[in-house]
Design a protein around this ligand. Structure first.
Ligand code: SAH
Length: 563
């Protein structure tokens, strides 16, 4: 809950806008400002104070306790120009809140936490449980001191400006080691604990067994991702309570699925009770991984609980990201987020240049020149297989005549893949030309490097016969100059010489140009590889210099009736 406090009329107006926008997330504290701040501080996770920072600091000072537990506080000034993250930038989420409030009220977010200010992710905000000297190691990163990353378990991490060796370390480990003075431990969710229990097994017995198994194997409870068991035990109170106390989800599997898992220690008892010769080991191993602790029983007599511990390999993550046609404001926020999340970026050098300023310090950039497409795809997949978070970029949409298909042809199911759509050239050009794609349309690439010309020609012919609007990608290069005239001639066999044709070069880039011409008048020599050519169908018109394909042909009939 976000507590809202204001004092003046302007502050109250801004406060009400926030309250109206986020009715379920906010609560208004009226009355005397001092009391309102005290009450909100006690009751809410976050505060937005429409007050001067000075006044807010004085009111908060006696209330402040622990930075891990205090609410995050954002101040908005009287003019609504700034949303200042005042207290609890990371732990209290005030930095993020300042950005959100800023976006909503049109105020500039002000974030002074050092790591955020220079684009470094805070070590305490990476989404992993952490231990050790966050302040000391963050300082070292900021000061450019060598900080080594020691990833004992491969796991997709955001970029960190680390060095091969250093006197400071960030250690990604699921082992129960203590952090050194110049060290931060990050806990990956790599451990799965399989548990079995007889009916009525006490929670203490289950929990005690799990904790003992982890302790004796030298593993950290903070790295436990989930407890796993058989479906029949999904409501066994001792198991449910143990998962709750460990703060992890309980995942269950059907007995038949567990029965099919090869385990070192099967037995008859669970087979008779729930239909699988192994519960703990099988539930821990069912999604793969390395068995670190084979089945063990609790010390109680009779023993009512079993457990086994497995380390799952980290799954790498491949984001296939479309950057849009060029302009920064046509790059989607989701694409930006993926670029900042990846520790490895793979792409064509000219596209990397387009977004280099968005990358976080420490991002490993693997760029290559034109061609080398297969190699880029292979590299991206290989890096993801090593457990990294990888972004593979392409202009426009990365799935349209671009990197997504060669990459996914290489990828197996041992990595996660996410696609981020981008504004493809045909759409960017369409918006510039008017509304050429108002009815059925196709894109056809005229590049015959990978596709035989007969195939391309057959498709152009089909589009011509079907009276579909066509956008040509890769229309013409120095070495390929006869394909475009040939394709246009095929279309001209089915469309009037006056059919509108839109030519857009470098859509949304600084040297953008466009022109509306006709099938008869288009000079192919003015077209190059930075261009798309959109040919209208028999209904497409030039209306006030804009290319318009009607949505339905009834409209066309009525237009013609008027003429
Ligand atoms: N994935 C890209 C297309 C790659 S094929 C996309 O979705 O847009 C390369 C061809 O796309 C170029 O030859 C050109 O025809 C077209 N193209 C890409 N960006 C363009 C832009 N900004 N303006 C005009 N055409 C563009």
């Amino acid at each position: 809950m976000i507590g809202l406090i204001s004092a003046t009329a302007a502050g109250t107006a801004a406060r009400d806008r926030l309250a109206a926008a986020w009715p379920d997330r906010t609560r208004v504290y009226d009355g005397l400002v001092g009391e309102a701040v005290r009450a909100a501080f006690a009751e809410c996770e976050q505060l937005v104070c429409f007050l001067a920072t000075g006044a807010t600091v004085r009111l908060l000072a006696p209330l402040l306790g622990d930075k891990a537990a205090d609410p995050g506080v954002v101040c908005v000034d009287e003019g609504g120009r700034f949303a200042v993250s005042l207290v609890g930038g990371h732990g209290g989420g005030a930095n993020e809140l300042a950005r959100e409030v800023g976006a909503l009220l049109g105020a500039e977010p002000v974030v002074t936490t050092a790591t955020d200010a220079v684009g470094l992710p805070g070590l305490d905000t990476l989404g992993f449980p952490y231990e050790g000297s966050v302040a000391v190691v963050s300082r070292a990163l900021l000061d450019g001191e060598p900080v080594a990353l020691e990833a004992e378990v491969p796991w997709p991490l955001p970029p960190l400006p680390t060095a091969p060796q250093g006197s400071y370390t960030i250690r990604l480990t699921d082992r129960a080691v203590a952090a050194g003075e110049r060290e931060v431990l990050l806990r990956p969710p790599s451990l799965v604990v399989g548990v079995g229990a007889s009916k009525g097994a006490p929670a203490e017995e289950v929990l005690g067994l799990v904790e003992e198994a982890l302790r004796e194997a030298g593993l950290s409870p903070k790295a436990v991702a989930e407890l796993a068991t058989v479906d029949a035990k999904s409501e066994e109170p001792g198991i449910v309570a143990a998962a709750e106390r460990l703060g992890v989800p309980l995942v269950t599997y059907p007995a038949e699925e567990l029965a099919a898992v090869a385990v070192p220690n099967p037995s008859d008892a669970p087979l008779a009770a729930v239909g699988t010769p192994s519960v703990a080991e099988a539930a821990a191993l069912v999604r793969g991984g390395e068995l670190l602790v084979p089945k063990r029983k609790s010390a109680a007599r009779p023993a009512m609980a079993t457990c086994a511990v497995v380390r799952r390999p980290g799954r790498g993550r491949l984001a296939v990201v479309g950057l849009g046609p060029g302009a920064r404001d046509l790059l989607t926020p989701r694409a930006t987020a993926e670029l900042r999340r990846a520790s490895v970026l793979v792409g064509l050098d000219q596209y990397v240049d387009q977004i280099r300023d968005l990358l976080r310090p420490g991002t490993r950039v693997l760029e290559s020149g034109l061609g080398a497409e297969e190699e880029r795809a292979r590299t991206a997949v290989a890096e993801a297989r090593k457990g990294h978070a990888v972004a593979l970029i392409g202009s426009g949409d990365a799935g349209v005549y671009a990197m997504a298909s060669p990459a996914l042809a290489e990828a197996s199911d041992d990595i996660d893949v996410v696609g981020v759509p981008g504004v493809t050239a045909a759409l960017a050009a369409g918006a510039i030309l008017g509304a050429p794609l108002g009815h059925d349309h196709v894109s056809i690439s005229l590049s015959d490097l990978h596709t035989p010309w007969e195939v391309i020609e057959r498709r152009v012919r089909a589009a011509a016969e079907a009276d579909i609007v066509v956008t040509f990608y890769n229309p013409r290069s120095r070495g390929r100059d006869w394909q475009l005239p040939k394709a246009l001639a095929i279309l001209a066999g089915h469309r009037e010489p006056a059919t509108p044709v839109g030519v857009v070069r470098n859509a949304s880039r600084p040297d953008e140009s466009s022109r509306l011409t006709t099938l008869a008048a288009l000079d192919p020599a003015t077209v190059d590889m930075m261009t798309v050519v959109t040919v209208g169908n028999t209904a497409t018109r030039d209306i006030a210099g804009r290319m318009v394909t009607p949505r339905g042909y009834r409209w066309q009939a009525s237009q013609e009736g008027v003429q």
